[in-house]
Ligand binder design. Structure first.
Ligand code: FAD
Length: 301
């Protein structure tokens, strides 16, 4: 239960660190929305902003263009997501080289979903990296100065036999050179802390940054959660119940739910957060404000 008067919630904002995840826009209209969101969130001085890589490498050019524009036109540090799907090692290595040549120094390295979509059987591409750990190793060997982040799954990845198998994969990614993991989104903080205990018990000491998804669209989120193995608690469904045609109230509820979640994490010692922005700034900005983050004066690009 949250007690709004508890003083522990106010920590110095310079002890907080946030990162924001965006996806590359597919249309001009989406591009406008993305850039106004980046402009709005940039003064919060995130540690980095990451740009996803569409399923099967479908956004390769758009991811690249978005990352380059962030580098050229903003003071932000971009991180480019990259997967092993449907590409040979040489092709992936060429993308990594392009990023390095462009001045990018942070990659979020992932295996990716099978080309037939999440839930289908994954088979490594002929001549490609076999999994995320293999990809991390390939990048790190070619460019030791790349910072590499990876995924983590507090509720286990749907393809994993159990959480231990999942943590084995995380360990392999860390041994290959990953220095940070961002989690799949979750709504029950106890799941995150239980997972963290197991990860630490395995001797993995990199930051495991909670991935926070402000629920912009409850229906769409439940479909996505099902595919990626994240549970949606009944209390959450109840909070959005009856609001299908009431976007204004939905937004207020979404802000309240995410605020409750991050403040509980903060109270329990978490000071680093990764936000799945869905390219929208307003909820994320409000939640960061609540955490104590305030706009900083921008350096010139
Ligand atoms: P890994 O960490 O390599 O594996 C996850 C788990 O699955 C491990 O436990 C492993 O043991 C198990 N596993 C892996 N392969 C097999 C197998 N063949 N058989 C049995 N078990 C197996 N997807 C995108 O397409 N683009 C993105 O930009 C993107 N960004 C993401 C960012 C974050 C922070 C997260 C959490 C996920 C992201 N994803 C993205 C989704 C991700 O690609 C999928 O979840 C994918 O299915 C697994 O990739 P991974 O690198 O997380 O997998």
């Amino acid at each position: 239960m949250i007690n709004p008067l508890r003083p522990s919630r106010f920590i110095r904002s310079d002890r907080l660190s946030v990162s924001f995840e965006f996806f590359p826009p597919a249309t001009e209209e989406m591009e406008t929305i993305l850039w106004s969101s980046i402009e709005r969130l940039a003064p919060l001085a995130p540690q980095f902003v990451s740009v996803t890589y569409g399923a099967g490498g479908s956004t390769r050019e758009r991811t690249h263009a978005t990352v380059r524009r962030i580098l050229a036109e903003t003071p932000l540090t971009p991180a480019a997501h990259l997967t092993c799907v449907a590409a040979t090692r040489d092709e992936v290595d060429a993308i990594v080289r392009d990023y390095h040549d462009a001045g990018v120094r942070h990659v979020v390295a992932l295996r990716g979903d099978p080309p037939d979509g999440a839930g289908a059987r994954y088979a490594p591409y002929p001549g490609g990296y076999i999994n995320a750990a293999d990809l991390v190793g390939g990048i790190k060997r070619a460019y030791p100065d790349f910072e590499i982040s990876v995924s983590a799954y507090p509720e286990k990845h749907p393809e994993s036999a159990n959480v231990e198998a999942d943590i084995d994969m995380l360990k392999a990614k860390v041994d290959a050179g990953a220095s940070r993991a961002m989690t799949q989104f979750f709504f029950e903080n106890d799941l995150y802390f239980r997972y963290l205990d197991r990860v630490r018990a395995r001797g993995i000491d990199i930051p495991i940054v909670p991935g926070i998804l402000p629920v912009q669209n409850f229906k769409a989120m439940t479909g996505f959660a099902k595919r990626c193995g994240a549970s949606v608690p009944a209390w959450l469904a109840e909070r959005f119940d009856g609001l299908d045609h009431d976007p204004a109230t939905r937004k207020l509820i979404a802000a309240a739910v995410a605020a409750e979640q991050v403040i509980d994490l903060l109270d329990r010692g978490v000071t680093t957060f990764h936000f799945y922005t869905m390219n929208r700034a307003d909820l994320v900005y409000a939640i960061c404000h609540l955490l104590g983050l305030r706009p900083t004066v921008q350096r010139a690009a």
